[in-house]
Write a protein that binds this ligand. Structure first.
Ligand SMILES: [Zn+2]
Ligand SMILES: [Zn+2]
Length: 216
Protein backbone atom coordinates (compact mmCIF):
# COMPACT_ATOMS: atom_id res chain seq x y z
CA UNK A 1 0.00 0.00 0.00
CA UNK A 2 2.78 2.41 0.97
CA UNK A 3 4.70 1.71 -2.21
CA UNK A 4 1.58 2.20 -4.30
CA UNK A 5 0.88 5.54 -2.66
CA UNK A 6 4.52 6.62 -3.05
CA UNK A 7 4.61 5.76 -6.77
CA UNK A 8 1.23 7.33 -7.48
CA UNK A 9 2.45 10.64 -6.02
CA UNK A 10 5.52 10.58 -8.23
CA UNK A 11 4.04 9.01 -11.34
CA UNK A 12 3.15 12.32 -13.00
CA UNK A 13 6.81 13.34 -12.80
CA UNK A 14 8.77 10.08 -12.93
CA UNK A 15 8.45 6.60 -14.37
CA UNK A 16 9.46 4.23 -11.59
CA UNK A 17 10.32 1.22 -13.73
CA UNK A 18 13.17 0.20 -11.46
CA UNK A 19 10.93 0.08 -8.40
CA UNK A 20 7.99 -2.16 -9.11
CA UNK A 21 5.18 -2.75 -6.65
CA UNK A 22 4.98 -6.44 -7.53
CA UNK A 23 8.50 -7.00 -6.19
CA UNK A 24 7.32 -5.97 -2.77
CA UNK A 25 4.01 -7.77 -2.53
CA UNK A 26 5.08 -10.09 0.32
CA UNK A 27 7.61 -7.88 2.08
CA UNK A 28 7.29 -7.82 5.85
CA UNK A 29 10.67 -6.32 6.66
CA UNK A 30 10.55 -2.54 6.46
CA UNK A 31 14.36 -2.14 6.48
CA UNK A 32 14.53 -4.35 3.40
CA UNK A 33 11.81 -2.27 1.72
CA UNK A 34 13.67 0.95 2.52
CA UNK A 35 16.98 -0.38 1.18
CA UNK A 36 15.40 -1.62 -2.05
CA UNK A 37 13.64 1.69 -2.67
CA UNK A 38 16.84 3.60 -2.01
CA UNK A 39 18.66 1.37 -4.47
CA UNK A 40 15.93 1.93 -7.09
CA UNK A 41 15.96 5.68 -6.60
CA UNK A 42 19.76 5.80 -6.88
CA UNK A 43 19.53 4.26 -10.35
CA UNK A 44 16.89 6.79 -11.38
CA UNK A 45 18.92 9.71 -10.00
CA UNK A 46 22.04 8.48 -11.80
CA UNK A 47 20.18 8.18 -15.11
CA UNK A 48 18.71 11.64 -14.75
CA UNK A 49 22.07 13.22 -13.97
CA UNK A 50 23.49 11.72 -17.16
CA UNK A 51 20.82 13.31 -19.37
CA UNK A 52 22.06 16.36 -21.25
CA UNK A 53 20.39 19.54 -19.96
CA UNK A 54 19.17 20.47 -23.48
CA UNK A 55 17.34 17.16 -23.77
CA UNK A 56 15.62 17.66 -20.40
CA UNK A 57 14.62 21.21 -21.32
CA UNK A 58 13.15 20.03 -24.61
CA UNK A 59 10.91 17.48 -22.91
CA UNK A 60 9.80 19.96 -20.34
CA UNK A 61 6.99 22.36 -21.11
CA UNK A 62 8.32 25.86 -20.55
CA UNK A 63 6.66 28.03 -17.88
CA UNK A 64 5.50 30.61 -20.44
CA UNK A 65 3.96 27.83 -22.58
CA UNK A 66 2.11 26.45 -19.54
CA UNK A 67 0.77 29.91 -18.68
CA UNK A 68 -0.29 30.68 -22.23
CA UNK A 69 -2.06 27.34 -22.52
CA UNK A 70 -3.88 27.81 -19.20
CA UNK A 71 -4.82 31.44 -19.65
CA UNK A 72 -5.63 31.74 -23.35
CA UNK A 73 -8.59 29.43 -23.22
CA UNK A 74 -10.17 30.94 -20.13
CA UNK A 75 -13.03 33.40 -19.93
CA UNK A 76 -11.66 36.94 -19.65
CA UNK A 77 -14.94 38.82 -19.21
CA UNK A 78 -14.86 41.50 -16.52
CA UNK A 79 -17.49 42.24 -13.89
CA UNK A 80 -19.51 45.22 -15.18
CA UNK A 81 -19.22 46.93 -11.78
CA UNK A 82 -15.74 46.23 -10.43
CA UNK A 83 -13.86 44.78 -13.42
CA UNK A 84 -12.82 41.56 -11.60
CA UNK A 85 -12.13 38.88 -14.20
CA UNK A 86 -14.43 35.84 -14.50
CA UNK A 87 -12.64 32.74 -13.25
CA UNK A 88 -14.41 30.23 -15.45
CA UNK A 89 -11.78 28.14 -17.21
CA UNK A 90 -13.89 27.67 -20.33
CA UNK A 91 -13.69 30.44 -22.90
CA UNK A 92 -17.32 30.37 -24.00
CA UNK A 93 -19.29 29.06 -21.03
CA UNK A 94 -22.62 30.85 -21.47
CA UNK A 95 -25.45 30.20 -20.60
CA UNK A 96 -23.52 29.57 -17.35
CA UNK A 97 -23.19 33.05 -15.92
CA UNK A 98 -19.82 34.74 -15.44
CA UNK A 99 -18.66 34.66 -11.85
CA UNK A 100 -15.68 35.29 -9.60
CA UNK A 101 -15.26 34.35 -5.94
CA UNK A 102 -13.92 37.79 -4.91
CA UNK A 103 -15.06 41.11 -6.28
CA UNK A 104 -13.42 44.51 -5.79
CA UNK A 105 -14.57 48.00 -4.83
CA UNK A 106 -16.34 49.68 -7.75
CA UNK A 107 -13.39 52.00 -8.44
CA UNK A 108 -14.35 54.79 -10.86
CA UNK A 109 -18.11 54.77 -10.24
CA UNK A 110 -19.51 57.91 -8.69
CA UNK A 111 -22.74 59.29 -7.25
CA UNK A 112 -24.75 60.91 -10.03
CA UNK A 113 -24.31 64.68 -10.38
CA UNK A 114 -21.62 64.80 -7.69
CA UNK A 115 -17.85 64.49 -7.55
CA UNK A 116 -18.11 61.72 -4.93
CA UNK A 117 -16.46 58.47 -5.93
CA UNK A 118 -18.22 55.30 -4.80
CA UNK A 119 -16.32 52.96 -2.54
CA UNK A 120 -18.67 49.98 -2.20
CA UNK A 121 -17.74 46.46 -3.19
CA UNK A 122 -20.24 45.19 -5.76
CA UNK A 123 -21.03 42.21 -3.51
CA UNK A 124 -22.45 44.74 -1.03
CA UNK A 125 -24.15 46.90 -3.63
CA UNK A 126 -26.20 44.07 -5.13
CA UNK A 127 -27.73 43.47 -1.68
CA UNK A 128 -28.48 47.16 -1.08
CA UNK A 129 -31.55 49.25 -1.83
CA UNK A 130 -29.53 51.59 -4.04
CA UNK A 131 -29.87 51.95 -7.80
CA UNK A 132 -27.37 52.51 -10.59
CA UNK A 133 -27.31 53.91 -14.12
CA UNK A 134 -26.12 51.13 -16.46
CA UNK A 135 -24.30 53.63 -18.70
CA UNK A 136 -23.50 57.33 -18.89
CA UNK A 137 -26.36 57.80 -21.35
CA UNK A 138 -28.97 55.93 -19.26
CA UNK A 139 -31.97 58.00 -18.27
CA UNK A 140 -33.42 55.31 -16.03
CA UNK A 141 -31.77 53.81 -12.98
CA UNK A 142 -31.97 50.12 -12.12
CA UNK A 143 -32.19 48.80 -8.55
CA UNK A 144 -28.94 46.97 -7.72
CA UNK A 145 -30.98 44.03 -6.45
CA UNK A 146 -32.25 43.56 -10.00
CA UNK A 147 -28.99 44.36 -11.77
CA UNK A 148 -29.47 41.56 -14.30
CA UNK A 149 -32.57 43.31 -15.69
CA UNK A 150 -30.22 46.01 -17.03
CA UNK A 151 -29.47 43.46 -19.77
CA UNK A 152 -26.27 43.09 -21.83
CA UNK A 153 -23.14 42.54 -19.76
CA UNK A 154 -25.16 42.90 -16.54
CA UNK A 155 -27.45 40.02 -17.49
CA UNK A 156 -24.57 37.63 -18.10
CA UNK A 157 -23.09 37.94 -14.58
CA UNK A 158 -23.96 36.20 -11.36
CA UNK A 159 -22.74 38.29 -8.41
CA UNK A 160 -23.19 36.71 -5.01
CA UNK A 161 -24.44 39.23 -2.47
CA UNK A 162 -22.11 37.97 0.27
CA UNK A 163 -20.60 41.34 1.15
CA UNK A 164 -17.10 39.83 1.02
CA UNK A 165 -14.39 42.48 1.26
CA UNK A 166 -10.84 41.45 0.65
CA UNK A 167 -8.32 43.40 2.76
CA UNK A 168 -6.10 43.59 -0.31
CA UNK A 169 -8.57 45.91 -2.06
CA UNK A 170 -9.18 48.00 1.05
CA UNK A 171 -5.46 48.65 1.27
CA UNK A 172 -5.29 49.24 -2.50
CA UNK A 173 -7.86 52.06 -2.25
CA UNK A 174 -6.01 53.68 0.68
CA UNK A 175 -2.58 53.30 -0.91
CA UNK A 176 -3.59 54.64 -4.33
CA UNK A 177 -6.30 57.05 -3.17
CA UNK A 178 -4.64 60.12 -4.71
CA UNK A 179 -3.88 58.39 -8.03
CA UNK A 180 -7.47 57.13 -8.35
CA UNK A 181 -8.91 60.53 -7.39
CA UNK A 182 -6.68 62.39 -9.85
CA UNK A 183 -7.38 59.91 -12.65
CA UNK A 184 -11.16 60.19 -12.29
CA UNK A 185 -11.06 63.87 -11.24
CA UNK A 186 -13.31 63.04 -8.31
CA UNK A 187 -12.86 62.41 -4.59
CA UNK A 188 -13.50 59.67 -2.08
CA UNK A 189 -15.79 61.84 0.00
CA UNK A 190 -19.37 62.02 1.25
CA UNK A 191 -20.81 58.52 1.22
CA UNK A 192 -17.67 57.38 -0.57
CA UNK A 193 -15.39 58.43 2.29
CA UNK A 194 -12.80 55.76 3.09
CA UNK A 195 -13.69 54.07 6.44
CA UNK A 196 -10.88 54.49 8.97
CA UNK A 197 -10.93 50.72 9.50
CA UNK A 198 -9.61 50.30 5.92
CA UNK A 199 -6.43 52.18 6.76
CA UNK A 200 -5.24 49.84 9.48
CA UNK A 201 -4.10 46.94 7.29
CA UNK A 202 -0.42 46.36 6.77
CA UNK A 203 0.97 45.37 3.40
CA UNK A 204 1.61 41.87 4.78
CA UNK A 205 -2.01 41.48 5.92
CA UNK A 206 -3.23 42.68 2.54
CA UNK A 207 -1.06 40.17 0.70
CA UNK A 208 -2.03 37.44 3.16
CA UNK A 209 -5.71 38.00 2.29
CA UNK A 210 -4.93 37.00 -1.30
CA UNK A 211 -4.23 33.49 -0.02
CA UNK A 212 -7.98 33.17 0.48
CA UNK A 213 -8.29 33.32 -3.30
CA UNK A 214 -5.57 30.81 -4.06
CA UNK A 215 -6.85 28.36 -1.47
CA UNK A 216 -10.26 28.17 -3.13
ZN1 LIG B 1 -17.78 42.85 -9.30
ZN1 LIG C 1 -17.00 34.02 -17.76
Amino acid sequence: MWMKEFSSLLSCRLTLDTISCQNFSDVNNLDFLRDEIEKGLQIITKEMKELPVDEVMECRQKPDDILIEQLCNCCWKQCPFCAAVCTNTIEDHLPDKHSVPFHRPVIGWHRKDTKDLAIDFCTTSVASDRSFYPSRESKKSIPFKQYQTAGGKYASWSITADGSKLQYWKRFVCRFQKEVEDYHEKKFQGEGGIPSEWRKYSKEEALESLNEISSL
